[in-house]
Unconditional design. Structure first.
Length: 279
């Protein structure tokens, strides 16, 4: 009888421990998923075609259990070459995000996606016909991993200040780097600072340089992450953007206001796109 009671008690304790363990695992999973999906609170997107005949900006925002991925591409090329290039780039990034675990190795994901997109664009269009700038970001539990090619910028609005995250691949940025390295003179650097031409983008045989994060950026609750093409950041100053982002409206209103500021400042403008994400 005593042996039966002991065995029964042991069995009940074991069952209880298993139930507790299962509940703890479920709670952990629920918390992790909740953290991932509340790390992005609101999203807004707006764009303008300007005076162009074709909209060559393309974007995607997608989520999975590990977090979220954002990509914004700005096509380069006449007629439909730019639109084809940016669309192929975004679709390639989406494909790679769906089939692999991007959050396990973000650096590899960025490298593979952009190099594959480069090859696909060259297979579709002759070298020099089209191309695209792009910024890609992975957001996982309030960490921002990013990669940039060309001049699509990522910035973070924190405590009423818009802070650039990416530098980009324009001649003026390259000149500053070369000057810091001692490769060119101060006079040459000053002359090149006015040159905003791209020297690197996806869709060319010489493509190789990708600006990738050194360490992920730690985001805070209340931060706003902004993605913008050169049709925005070349036209609207950071001070103006800060004034827009300060206003207590939702992300869609902020994105709309950014594009409206572009329209007011440049009546004969390029394509312009902005993604606004609140954390």
């Amino acid at each position: 009888m005593l042996n039966f009671i002991t065995q029964n008690t042991t069995h009940l304790i074991t069952q209880g421990l298993v139930v507790i363990l299962v509940l703890l695992i479920i709670a952990r999973l629920v918390f992790a998923v909740r953290e991932v999906f509340t790390s992005i609170r609101r999203v807004g997107f707006a764009q303008s075609i300007g005076i162009m005949e074709v909209q060559s900006d393309f974007h995607a925002i997608t989520r999975r259990s590990g977090g979220a991925m954002v990509v914004l591409a700005d096509g380069i090329g006449r007629n439909y070459a730019g639109a084809i290039s940016s669309t192929m780039l975004v679709e390639t990034v989406l494909d790679e995000f769906e089939v692999g675990n991007a959050f396990k190795n973000p650096n590899y994901f960025f490298q593979k996606s952009l190099n594959l997109a480069n090859r696909r664009i060259l297979d579709q269009l002759d070298d020099g016909i089209g191309g695209a700038s792009a910024s890609i970001a992975l957001l996982e539990r309030k960490k921002l991993y990013y990669a940039t090619v060309g001049n699509v910028q990522i910035a973070v609005f924190r405590r009423n200040e818009l802070i650039p995250v990416t530098e980009g691949h324009t001649v003026d940025v390259l000149a500053e780097k070369k000057y810091r390295q001692g490769s060119i003179t101060k006079e040459t650097t000053i002359a090149l600072l006015k040159e905003r031409r791209l020297y690197n983008f996806v869709g060319q045989e010489e493509f190789q340089d990708i600006e990738i994060f050194d360490t992920p950026l730690n985001l805070r609750r209340g931060d706003i992450v902004v993605f913008m093409t050169d049709g925005v950041h070349d036209i609207v100053s950071y001070t103006e953007l800060e004034n827009i982002l300060k206003k207590g409206r939702d992300c869609q209103h902020k994105a709309n206001a950014i594009i409206e500021a572009v329209r007011q400042a440049d009546k004969r403008g390029d394509n312009a796109s902005a993604i606004v994400i609140s954390i």
